[in-house]
Design a protein around this ligand. Structure first.
Ligand code: FES
Length: 146
């Protein structure tokens, strides 16, 4: 069963939408189910602090809930702190997910890394501990399979 927190973040998602002038945008897909998450970050260049985050997720309830809470978790954090957010910490923040739904929380972790990668590419910087996300090609991949 879903925790109350999961239900709450699914029914009343925080930070849903997009940031027009986002300087880091991540798009990731779950190859298994085809669900997609897009994450927009507004990162302060001088301090590296994430000022704002918004998301759009076309996916299941668990994906929406994990996307939403992950935006709350990254806001106010530095790039390096945001890199420490994992699908496990996102799941824990929601008081857990049913075992079959754990894979849904991977979208949030991957979207954060993908958006930070996009930011680094745009600024021509290297972020320590961050590699090119595998999911860069997922979009094509998903289209190819359809
Ligand atoms: Fe696709 Fe949950 S079933 S992300």
């Amino acid at each position: 069963m879903y925790s109350e927190k999961v239900m709450d973040y699914f029914m009343n998602p925080r930070n849903m939408g997009e940031i027009e002038n986002a300087n880091g945008v991540g798009l990731v897909g779950n190859a298994k189910c085809g669900d997609i998450m897009k994450l927009y970050l507004d990162i302060d260049d001088a301090t590296g602090i994430i000022r704002d985050a918004k998301f759009k997720t076309f996916g299941c309830g668990a994906a929406v809930a994990t996307s939403s809470i992950s935006t709350e978790m990254v806001i106010g954090k530095t790039i390096h702190e945001a890199l420490d957010i994992t699908n496990r910490s996102v799941t824990e923040a929601l008081d857990g997910l049913p075992p079959l739904k754990i894979h849904c929380s991977l979208l949030a972790e991957e979207a954060i890394r993908s958006a930070l990668w996009d930011y680094a590419q745009k600024k021509g910087i290297k972020i320590e501990g961050l590699q090119a996300p595998e999911s860069t090609d997922h979009h094509h991949h998903l289209n190819d399979e359809e």
